[in-house]
Every structure is written in structure tokens, then in C-alpha cells.
Design a protein around this ligand. Structure first.
Ligand code: PMP
Length: 408
């Protein structure tokens, strides 16, 4: 599918350091197709105004575009109602809202929050803060050697004292797809709510929040062909309705007096201030783009590329690949280290050949500690990548190994 799809991404059509660009950093942020760029441009050129309060025509066009985008997200996640979708800056903001509002109001000393050690800092630090504020404790479902989690461990970790289980659907380091649906069932059986970090799953696979049985689900638009600065939090109506806002000001109020105020219904009570209107317009265009191609097609493509990358890269001398081994399910990315070469040096050297990969702790310092490394290199794939990109990476990694071995 890729020659046609690639053409839709103007940024990919360039050389970097004298080589055609190979972009393998979509897990950090994806590129944008022309129609998303155009949708944002068109919005600013023809419809731009503030939403909700205006009675003029542009105000109602902007409102229609913004609320239309909310409906698009609802359908994309198969939420029951558009009111269950809150527009926010991204996954980090969504998870922080749940931790600051829901968790602080519902946790007390002795309660447990269950996480995994593979969580991104944005699905870890907010819970640490909520635990500190309420006296709750954090518990972790252990990782197996290949980076997966077992349902036996999930069963053993979640107890009737557990009030919140927060888990990433896809790990941004290991590429594993976690058993979120089964975990949600176990969480519910114990009276806990299930919070899902959807940053790495939403770009790659069909997500159905009702089928998953999750209570909250957060994702970022910029990782799925949308603009930066926009994402959404899905929350079940019954839970959102009982939650206090965490930001106060314009847009989110109902009546304001000098000493007391009342707030709007969901979702507006959580969207204080002028919302991210152009971002929502761009996200809606990205959802249309992905939906037209088909999330099932994208899912199969990204899994195939990840498997191909594990295959090809495991032939490189001195490489360590983290996470599920050959033939095990993984999506979207491969994380690795070359013997005796720091991950940052690997990324710097392959950049000289026009290949963009990421190096560092990937906002997963506890996981790095478990893997016994300070940093790793990560190549991540999306719908505009193909096998040739991975072959180019493999060749560049061989040059890197040779270079550091002093052979070149
Ligand atoms: N969770 C995971 C698994 C991620 O990969 C990321 C982004 N690297 C985030 C959360 C945070 O997303 P954002 O920075 O867009 O809020």
C-alpha cells in the first residue's frame, strides 16, 4: 500500500544528510498527510472563530467543526456518547485528569493502584502523586522475561483493595500488546476501574472502548497523523459525571457569582478556556484518513513490519533486541542496542544516512532499569514505512557496528 500512501506525506519527500529520508520515529510523533495539513489551513482560512458562545456565522461553523470532531472521535473509539469524549492536549493530560480528579476523590489509605513496570512516565508519575496525596499504595504486575505480562500475575496482583488499574495497551519500548480486555474484567470483578494508556495503540489498531471494557482511555492525536497539541480522554459517563474539574475558568462554568460558581455538564466542565479547535479539526481529518485506509489494514501492516524488523535486525552481530522474540506478537516498533555502542551514538550515526530513529530511556526509566540498560535505540513504523526502510536501517546498523569496531 505504501507508494501511494507515502505520497500523501510531503515531509517524507526529502533528503537528509544527502540520503532519502527514512522516518522511523513515529512512536514519538507521526508525520502528517497533506489532507490533515490542508484541513487545518482551510479551517483558519475560512471558519476560524471561538466556539460555543458566538451567535455569528463563523462562530457556529467553528462550533460545528469542533463538535463534529468530537463525534468523529466517539465513532473511532466506539464510545456510547460524544459527551464521553473530552478534548485535551494528549495522553499525558488525559491520564493526569483521571489521576488528579477521579483518583484523589475516590482513593484512601490502604487502597491500591495497580500498574505495570513498563508504563510511560505519564502513566506512572500521576499515580505516584495521587498515591502520595491519598495514602494509597502502588503495586506492579511483574513482567516476564520477554516483556509480556501473564494473566496469572494480573489475577494475583489485583485484589479487592485495588481501586484503579492503569495499563498501557501497547508498550512504547517493547511493542507488546497487553491483555487490556482480560485485565479490565479482572479489575471490575474486584471493584476497580480500568484506565488505559492508548498512546501507542490508537494509531495502530482498531480500538473499541466498550469491547475492551475500559473506564478511561487516553490518546494523543500527534501519534496518529493528527496535529500536536490535541488528544482525547474517553471516560464512562457515570464516572465523568461524578468527577470534579481540575481547571477552572471560561467555557466550563454554568453560573458564576462572586463567591460561588456552578459548572457545565460533561464534557465541557473539563475543557476550561478556549479549546484546541484547529487541533480537533486536524484530528478529525486524521481519523477520516486512517479510517478510509482501514485500521485493520494498518494493524496488519504495522505488525508485519515489526516482525520483519525483528527478523532482519536479529541477523546483525552484537545486537540485543528487547521485548517479544521472533514470531511473538508485537506491533509498531523494535527496541535494541548494539554491543559496546551507546544508543545515542547509534542514532547519530544512522542519521548521517538519513535514517531517523530515537535513542534514550523513552520516558520509561523503571523499565530501562529492569532491562539493565540506561538507554536503548528504537525504530518505530507506521503506514508510510515499508520493508525497504528496514533494510536501509539494517545496512546502516551494520555500518555503525563496523565503524565502532574500527573496521572502516
Ligand atoms: N504513553 C505512551 C505509551 C507513550 O508512548 C507516550 C508518548 N511517548 C505517552 C504516553 C505520552 O504521550 P503525549 O506526550 O502525547 O502526552
Amino acid at each position: 500500500m505504501n507508494a501511494d500512501i507515502r505520497r500523501e506525506f510531503p515531509i517524507l519527500n526529502q533528503t537528509v544528510n544527502g540520503h532519502p529520508l527514512v522516518y522511523l520515529d513515529s512512536a514519538a510523533s507521526s508525520q502528517k498527510p497533506i489532507r490533515v495539513i490542508e484541513a487545518v489551513k482551510r479551517y483558519y482560512e475560512t471558519d476560524n472563530a471561538n466556539v460555543h458562545r458566538g451567535v455569528h456565522t463563523l462562530g457556529s461553523r467553528a462550533t460545528d467543526a469542533y463538535e463534529g470532531a468530537r463525534e468523529k472521535v466517539r465513532a473511532f473509539l466506539n464510545a456510547r456518547e460524544a459527551e464521553e469524549i473530552i478534548f485535551l492536549r494528549g495522553t499525558t493530560t488525559g491520564l493526569n485528569l483521571v489521576a488528579s480528579s477521579y483518583a484523589r476523590a475516590n482513593l484512601q489509605k490502604g487502597d491500591e493502584i495497580v500498574l505495570t513496570p513498563m508504563e510511560h512516565h505519564s502513566n506512572l508519575v500521576p499515580w505516584q502523586m495521587a498515591a502520595k496525596a491519598t495514602g494509597a499504595t502502588l503495586k506492579f504486575i511483574p513482567l516476564q522475561d520477554d516483556g509480556t505480562i501473564s494473566l496469572t500475575d494480573v489475577e494475583a496482583t489485583i485484589t479487592p483493595r485495588t481501586k484503579i488499574v492503569a495499563m498501557t495497551y501497547v508498550s512504547n519500548v517493547l511493542g507488546v500488546v497487553n491483555p487490556v480486555r482480560e485485565t479490565a474484567e479482572i479489575a471490575h470483578r474486584n471493584g476497580a476501574v480500568m484506565v488505559v494508556d492508548g498512546a501507542q495503540s490508537t494509531p495502530h489498531m482498531k480500538v473499541d472502548v466498550q469491547a475492551l471494557g475500559c473506564d478511561f482511555y487516553a490518546f494523543s492525536g500527534h501519534k496518529m497523523c493528527g496535529p500536536t497539541g490535541i488528544g482525547a480522554l474517553y471516560g464512562r459517563r457515570e464516572l465523568l459525571e461524578r468527577m470534579e474539574p481540575v481547571e477552572f475558568g471560561g467555557e466550563m462554568i454554568d453560573f458564576v457569582g462572586l463567591y460561588e460558581s456552578t459548572f457545565k455538564d460533561i464534557p465541557y466542565r473539563f475543557e476550561g478556556g478556549t479549546p484546541i479547535i484547529a487541533g480537533a479539526v486536524g484530528l478529525a481529518a486524521a481519523i477520516d484518513f486512517l479510517t478510509e485506509i482501514g485500521m485493520d489494514v494498518i494493524d496488519a501492516h504495522d505488525r508485519k513490519l515489526a516482525a520483519y524488523a525483528v527478523d532482519v535486525l536479529s541477523g546483525i552481530e552484537g545486537i540485543t533486541i528487547y521485548g517479544p522474540g521472533k514470531g511473538q506478537p508485537r506491533t509498531g516498533l523494535v527496541t535494541f542496542n548494539l554491543a559496546d555502542v551507546h544508543a545515542h551514538d547509534v542514532a547519530t550515526v544512522v542519521d548521517q544516512e538519513g535514517i531517523a530513529i530515537r535513542a534514550g530511556h523513552h520516558c520509561c526509566q523503571p523499565l530501562m532499569k529492569l532491562l539493565n540498560v540506561n538507554a536503548t535505540a528504537r525504530a518505530s513504523f507506521y503506514l508510510y514505512n515499508d520493508e525497504q526502510d528496514i533494510d536501509r536501517l539494517a545496512a546502516a546498523l551494520r555500518h555503525t557496528t563496523n565503524f565502532f569496531a574500527g573496521l572502516v
